[in-house]
Design a protein around this ligand. Structure first.
Ligand SMILES: *[C@@H]1O[C@H](CO)[C@@H](O)[C@H](O)[C@H]1NC(C)=O
Ligand SMILES: *[C@@H]1O[C@H](CO)[C@@H](O)[C@H](O)[C@H]1NC(C)=O
Ligand SMILES: *[C@@H]1O[C@H](CO)[C@@H](O)[C@H](O)[C@H]1NC(C)=O
Ligand SMILES: *[C@@H]1O[C@H](CO)[C@@H](O)[C@H](O)[C@H]1NC(C)=O
Ligand SMILES: *[C@@H]1O[C@H](CO)[C@@H](O)[C@H](O)[C@H]1NC(C)=O
Ligand SMILES: *[C@@H]1O[C@H](CO)[C@@H](O)[C@H](O)[C@H]1NC(C)=O
Ligand SMILES: *[C@@H]1O[C@H](CO)[C@@H](O)[C@H](O)[C@H]1NC(C)=O
Ligand SMILES: *[C@@H]1O[C@H](CO)[C@@H](O)[C@H](O)[C@H]1NC(C)=O
Ligand SMILES: *[C@@H]1O[C@H](CO)[C@@H](O)[C@H](O)[C@H]1NC(C)=O
Ligand SMILES: *[C@@H]1O[C@H](CO)[C@@H](O)[C@H](O)[C@H]1NC(C)=O
Ligand SMILES: *[C@@H]1O[C@H](CO)[C@@H](O)[C@H](O)[C@H]1NC(C)=O
Ligand SMILES: *[C@@H]1O[C@H](CO)[C@@H](O)[C@H](O)[C@H]1NC(C)=O
Length: 753
């Protein structure tokens, strides 16, 4: 046996006993939820309707949500438990005390949780919805796409404006003049001839309404603004063009109508809808109390048998080629190569004067519905095949279009970057928070003797998996390399400790580390993706000169996309063009989503607690840390509201790693640094529908002196690599003063990876 069995710690993973809701009083009558059930059952009564969405009145939905019962004591203990997970959110200190570059107001997340917990403990919330709204508003004020909750009322109802739904676009006459707001359909039909812009929404200044609505999870306000609008850039990921203003979340009640006043004074009223489905809505719901029970009190008996299933892959050995549409949804003509899972595709521009230019369209670094072991490999193969085809066809320039890219697998950026620039080693420095539970994880794993972790052929599969689980843990010093690619020497010991208790901005952090991409253990954490040029040296000559590569974004780029963009801009000197943003002059960031380099779900944090408490390992927990286990380790007590199973805990997340760029001297997480794109433009009546027109405009800016709304790209860059300054820059950061009210709005939870 590997480790002597020890049971110094007996911990019962259990649940707070769920009592019936203690406060049944509804804000506006108890029947609204029952009316919804009645309408839903009528709608689905004759099965012929099942493919159609069930639509109902938003005010009825809102009345029902407000009538939801609450057990304030369960609510208070829910806050206590989620706080243990949220201690791992890497940016807490920077949110509380942000550096000058950061646009949004400071927010004390832990203090805010305490306040909500205290209010609940005092019986202060009238409905579960009011409580959930308060929590979501707090978490969304971090503007971090990796940081999210799955509160129990969250999955019940969605809204949409209009049946289709109604789409909006922000369009400038030439891409350089300031844009105005239009209805998507008006623009599509009129092609800008005699078209009226949208002056007001529900009687108020349309731009202001949209800017206030945009106050949600994105890290940058221009990126948030773009997120509202109809955009083909979303389609390869979401399979719709819908912007977030068109489909508000449950915490963004839009009212029963969206009234549009055109600039000629004519007002048109569009009906809004609430929607739910037979799957999301229990037929047992008759009032706010049963609504609460159905959604918030987890029925263990109904699901426990399925929660322990292991995530074994059912990968087919036959590559899935040619099984999807021939081009990316929303994209114009036949690609030269396309990933069967639609993550990436390559095109050659075909217009006159553009024949030298290739387009690499990187839509996402992960297709969540595709086979998880196959999809990264088809991504790699598609990239490889496209560069080979571009070389064979003598393409000398490339536009890399990451419009709408929400991130995904964090090692694929290394793969593409190494294919583009085989001579540059991608950096990828990141940093974890040194909270008390992190210290328990790290100190325990470090205390396990190396000899016990060596995997031998006599180990059975379960033991091999357990050892691998330890070795790949984010808190195991063996799982990371120092900034200069050396091994760490221990958790707190030796010359290069992983946890030297780095103090920054009044918080404690681990050392900056880099992924050990050449370690076969590390590959376990990357869906077995070994980046190009890692196992063997790169073979291909560099396909494009650095000045012939340009990065095109719509500011949505987040997470793994931000990692890729940072390699390109900071290490290879690639120029960036960004499209859209608020209707104002000035610079805009190319990367406007979260720049943290790893999302982590609660299920994985709970798994980490389970690992160190395994009877085989718990003997290694340092004595001094034993007393704090129960109060700090996440997941020892089931979440008292909602689904506490591993499947449920996958829907909650934190940002585990700050990205700390090469050359940084102050330890500021990159997402608090404003990095203007080299060139900013707006969409035009042409480019808002047609990606090829946007590519032509980007080409003209990059290589023919075309105009930008802000900034510009000089077409005679020296032929050597021309990296940007690597220290965080505040140059050109424009803060908006005034005209921006911190209206308390209901916020959507946009979960990005
Ligand atoms: C809910 O219960 C609390 C205390 O139990 C009480 O103060 C409050 O008034 C109740 N809510 C309503 C809407 O009656
Ligand atoms: C309560 O419901 C009625 C009828 O649906 C509605 O007119 C009223 O505005 C609602 N009141 C509140 C406070 O939601
Ligand atoms: C929008 O128009 C509808 C229908 O004409 C009207 O009932 C409603 O009051 C209007 N809402 C606003 C906010 O103007
Ligand atoms: C509408 O709001 C925007 C943003 O706050 C502001 O810049 C603009 O001047 C306003 N327009 C009018 C007509 O008030
Ligand atoms: C104003 O513009 C809208 C949209 O183009 C059009 O439907 C309406 O007829 C126009 N109103 C007037 C008074 O011209
Ligand atoms: C467990 O999962 C299987 C397969 O997905 C399903 O058929 C079954 O109904 C589930 N059982 C429970 C208790 O949910
Ligand atoms: C370029 O592609 C577009 C879109 O498929 C097509 O309509 C057009 O004919 C192509 N032009 C040439 C010169 O091949
Ligand atoms: C994800 O990949 C699968 C095939 O692996 C494909 O059927 C699906 O359409 C892809 N999703 C999107 C959004 O393109
Ligand atoms: C990727 O390409 C390699 C080499 O051609 C091939 O062996 C492998 O099967 C491909 N993988 C997939 C998933 O298409
Ligand atoms: C690419 O360039 C080479 C060398 O100039 C030439 O021989 C070849 O025909 C060209 N290929 C294409 C597809 O234009
Ligand atoms: C780091 O440690 C691993 C495992 O012990 C070893 O294989 C590797 O050579 C070490 N790397 C360096 C740079 O010392
Ligand atoms: C620094 O952190 C400590 C402990 O978390 C806290 O008590 C103190 O108020 C903080 N100081 C500042 C200046 O924020």
């Amino acid at each position: 046996m590997l480790f002597p069995i020890s049971s110094i710690i007996v911990l019962v993973v259990g649940s707070v006993v769920a009592s019936a809701a203690s406060n049944k009083t509804a804000v506006n009558g108890t029947e609204s939820c029952g009316v919804i059930t009645k309408q839903l059952l009528e709608f689905y009564g004759n099965n012929s309707n099942t493919a159609q969405p069930f639509l109902f009145k938003p005010s009825l939905a809102h009345d029902c949500l407000q009538s939801s019962a609450i057990d304030n004591q369960l609510a208070a203990s829910y806050v206590t438990e989620i706080k243990k997970y949220i201690q791992f959110q890497s940016t807490l200190a920077y949110l509380k005390n942000p550096p000058v570059d950061y646009y949004y107001p400071a927010v004390d997340i832990l203090g805010g949780l305490d306040a909500i917990g205290s209010k609940a403990a005092a019986g202060g919330y009238k409905s579960q919805y009011a409580f959930d709204l308060a929590l979501n508003t707090l978490v969304n004020s971090a503007h971090d796409g990796h940081f999210s909750l799955d509160t129990c009322t969250g999955g019940t109802i969605r809204f949409k404006r209009g049946r289709s739904p109604l789409g909006f676009v922000s369009v400038s006459k030439d891409g350089v003049a300031l844009p105005e707001i239009f209805l998507y359909n008006d623009m599509l039909i009129s092609k800008n001839v005699g078209i009226q812009s949208v002056a007001k929404i529900n009687g108020q200044n349309a731009t202001a309404v949209l800017q206030n609505f945009a106050l949600f999870a994105r890290s940058d306000l221009d990126s948030s603004y773009n997120d509202l609008f109809t955009n083909y850039g979303f389609a390869p990921v979401t399979e719709t063009f819908d912007g977030s203003f068109s489909v508000p979340g449950v915490y963004q009640y839009p009212g029963d109508h969206t009234n549009i006043t055109y600039s000629n004074g004519t007002t048109v009223s569009f009906e809004n809808f609430a929607t739910t489905s037979a799957k999301a809505w229990s037929s047992k719901i008759v009032d706010g109390n049963s609504f609460f029970k159905a959604n918030c009190i987890f029925d263990k008996a109904a699901t426990t048998s399925n929660t322990t299933s292991s995530p074994t892959s059912t990968a087919s050995l036959t590559p899935a080629t040619g099984t999807t549409a021939p081009t990316l949804l929303g994209y114009p003509y036949k690609p030269i190569v396309k990933d069967p899972s639609n993550q990436i595709a390559g095109y050659f521009m075909n217009g006159t004067g553009y024949a030298d230019t290739a387009i690499l369209r990187v839509a996402t670094f992960e297709n969540a519905t595709a086979d998880e072991t196959l999809a990264p490999k088809t991504f790699q193969n598609t990239t490889r095949d496209f560069f080979a085809a571009a070389r064979a066809a003598n393409k000398t320039r490339i536009i890399i279009d990451v419009s709408g890219n929400p991130g995904g697998n964090t090692i694929l950026p290394n793969d593409i970057f190494k294919r583009l620039f085989p001579g540059i080693e991608p950096y990828g420095g990141s940093r974890l928070r040194g909270n008390d539970a992190a210290n328990i994880f790290g100190a325990t794993l470090a205390a396990i003797p190396d000899s016990s972790l060596a995997i031998t052929s006599s180990d059975n599969a379960a033991l091999q998996a357990a050892k691998a689980q330890v070795i790949v843990s984010a808190w195991d010093y063996r799982s990371a390399l120092t900034a200069d690619l050396q091994n760490f020497t221990g958790w707190t010991s030796g010359q290069r400790p992983y946890f030297p208790s780095v103090k920054n901005n009044n918080d404690t952090f681990l050392a900056i580390s880099r992924p050990p991409v050449n370690s076969s253990f590390y590959d376990i954490t990357t869906d077995s993706v070994i980046p190009y040029g890692t196992a063997t040296p790169p073979e291909n000559p560099q396909p494009f000169l650095p000045q012939n590569v340009v990065l095109l974004t719509d500011g949505i780029c987040a997470s793994a996309c931000s990692i890729f963009a940072e390699f390109l801009t900071r290490q290879a000197g690639t120029k960036t063009i960004v499209v859209g943003g608020r209707p104002q002059k000035g610079p805009m960031q190319a990367i406007g989503g979260v720049k943290g380099s790893q999302a982590f779900v609660y299920a994985s944090l709970q798994q980490s607690s389970t690992t160190v408490l395994d009877p085989l390992l718990s003997q290694f927990i340092p004595q001094a840390l034993l007393p704090s286990i129960n109060s700090t380790l996440p997941g020892l007590i089931d979440l008292p509201l909602g689904d506490p199973s591993p499947a449920g805990l996958k829907n909650y997340g934190i940002n585990l790693r700050d990205t700390i760029p090469l050359g940084d001297t102050q330890g500021i997480p990159l997402q608090f640094v404003f990095e203007p794109a080299d060139c900013r433009i707006f969409y035009t009546p042409e480019t808002v529908f047609n990606p090829s027109a946007l590519w032509e405009q980007a080409h003209d800016i990059a290589w023919k002196g075309g105009k930008c709304a802000w900034g510009g790209i000089s077409s005679n860059i020296s032929s050597s690599s021309n990296p940007r300054p690597v220290s965080p820059t505040t140059n050109g950061a424009v803060k908006m003063t005034g005209g921006f009210s911190m209206m308390v709005v209901a916020l959507a939870v946009a979960v990005l990876i």
